[in-house]
Design a protein around this ligand. Structure first.
Ligand SMILES: Cc1cc2nc3c(=O)[nH]c(=O)nc-3n(C[C@H](O)[C@H](O)[C@H](O)COP(=O)(O)OP(=O)(O)OC[C@H]3O[C@@H](n4cnc5c(N)ncnc54)[C@H](O)[C@@H]3O)c2cc1C
Length: 410
């Protein structure tokens, strides 16, 4: 069996490492962060490929995985219903998936506090070096180190995150804090709001300790808002002490004045039910939205996967499922070709075009945020609301595999 290193111990890295280990490979994960990553993400829509990967690694999938939601609704500014749609879907949480995958992986092979700073490869092996002076050797290296991948930066510096011009404000609100009106009209739905140039969405997720009991759950929201790079984004990335964080600001550092302002804006622009969620969410934070588009994901004995290879705007709700698909492809090619550069070459053959298509699809969905999208919205509010509900965060496996279904001009 082969010796394989995975850089990045978040969902993508854990999926790949667990899958490879289930086939008997010796896998070590190097993760930069020292403590647990729990509490990092929020809601996740698990598409069938993710369920398949979880089952393959022996993770038990039962009714505890998440919350079933059967309908989508779009609310207007006054809280009234613009449109609704039946679309059954399960919502799980990032923390739940992380917990399941981390528990399933042997702790002694998960190395926390390992910031990988360099690596080199020969015809037979790869050596990886960490900031603390430690080094690790293996036959293959899988980079699952996210949007700002250090491995990608070394091996393919031309591939860079491109800012889309908007951010996603996020947070999760305790169900118990919400009014009965909100619970009756929004909580149990995948809800949308379409204020001008913006998009709000929310859905229920498990509460503390994965509690799925009514009254103990949470409502997860994502509010896309324009933030031009050199003005608003710069301001948002500057904390209350005036320090600028160009590589991203952590949730606790977001300036409280910006949080107060976004809560005020919610009262003006969004349905009262959504405004209530923002008002009652303890930690409101934001993430700038980027595209990462790659022309190459295999480099001899090094492969990029998950967000290290492609980042699509979250409208597709595909990040974790795409990482699962990448991990499954890596596994099947290592099974077929062994721990060789050929295995990664074949992985690239399988995953490059689908990765590029996910980006294209996400850009198409992000068009709603552009002037053109807004003009369409003004002319056809109900039709656009229905389209946004029909297309957001659904399984697009067929679209990815079919040339014909890809919207043109994207
Ligand atoms: C607003 C928003 C909503 C989203 N909604 C969804 C959704 O509904 N469904 C969905 O599937 N996806 C969603 N996503 C995307 C999803 O979060 C990611 O696609 C997914 O987490 C990818 O995981 P990853 O493991 O590839 O990368 P990451 O989760 O970014 O993990 C990378 C890991 O590598 C580590 N690392 C980085 N550099 C180094 C280094 N030098 N050395 C060692 N370790 C390192 C980091 O600490 C981190 O733990 C959303 C994203 C956003 C922004």
């Amino acid at each position: 069996m082969s010796k394989i290193l995975v850089v990045g111990g978040s969902l993508g890295g854990l999926l790949a490492a667990n899958l490879l280990r289930s086939q008997g490979h010796e896998v070590d994960i190097l993760e930069r962060v020292s403590g647990s990553l729990e509490g990092r993400g929020a809601g996740i829509v698990p598409h069938p490929v993710l369920i398949k990967a979880l089952k393959m690694v022996g993770v038990e999938i039962d009714h505890n995985l998440g919350i079933q939601v059967d309908h989508r609704v779009t609310l207007d500014k006054n809280g009234g219903l613009i449109a609704d749609m039946e679309l059954p879907q399960l919502f799980t949480s990032w923390g739940k998936l992380y917990h399941l995958l981390k528990e399933n992986f042997p702790a002694k092979h998960y190395h926390s506090g390992k910031n990988v700073v360099s690596f080199e490869q020969s015809q037979e092996a790869v050596s990886v070096h960490c900031e603390d002076g430690t080094s690790y050797n293996a036959e293959l290296l899988i980079a699952s180190d996210g949007l700002r991948s250090a491995i990608r930066h070394i091996i393919a510096p031309q591939i860079k995150p491109e800012y889309t011009g908007y951010v996603a404000w996020r947070g999760v609100c305790e169900e118990s804090a919400l009014s009965q009106h909100m619970r009756d009209t929004l909580f149990n739905y995948f809800g949308f709001g379409l204020p001008e140039g913006e998009q709000m969405l929310g859905y229920p997720v498990a509460g503390n300790n994965n509690n799925l009991q009514v009254g103990q759950r949470r409502y997860n929201f994502v509010w896309y808002r324009q933030a031009p790079e050199n003005t608003i984004l710069k301001d948002l990335l500057t904390d209350a002490d005036g320090i600028f964080h160009p590589q991203g600001i952590s949730p606790v550092q977001v300036n409280w004045r910006h949080i107060a302002a976004v809560r005020e804006a919610a009262k003006k622009n969004l349905a009262p039910q959504f405004a209530e969620v923002l008002e009652k969410t303890g930690m409101v934070f934001f993430q700038p939205i980027y595209d990462v588009f790659s022309e190459q994901v295999a480099f001899e004995r090094v492969a990029l996967m998950g967000d290290a290879s492609f980042v699509a705007r979250p409208h597709v709700g595909m990040g974790v499922s795409k990482a699962a698909e990448d991990a499954l492809s890596i596994l099947s090619n290592i099974t077929q070709y062994g721990a060789t550069a050929k295995a990664f070459e074949q992985y690239q053959q399988e995953r490059l075009i689908p990765g590029q298509r996910v980006i294209a699809r996400a850009r198409y969905l992000g068009k709603y945020m552009t002037a053109q999208g807004q003009a369409e919205l003004k002319n056809n509010h109900i039709g656009i609301a229905q389209r946004v509900m029909r297309e957001t965060a659904v399984d697009i496996a067929d679209i990815i595999m079919s040339d014909e279904l890809i919207p043109e001009n994207i």
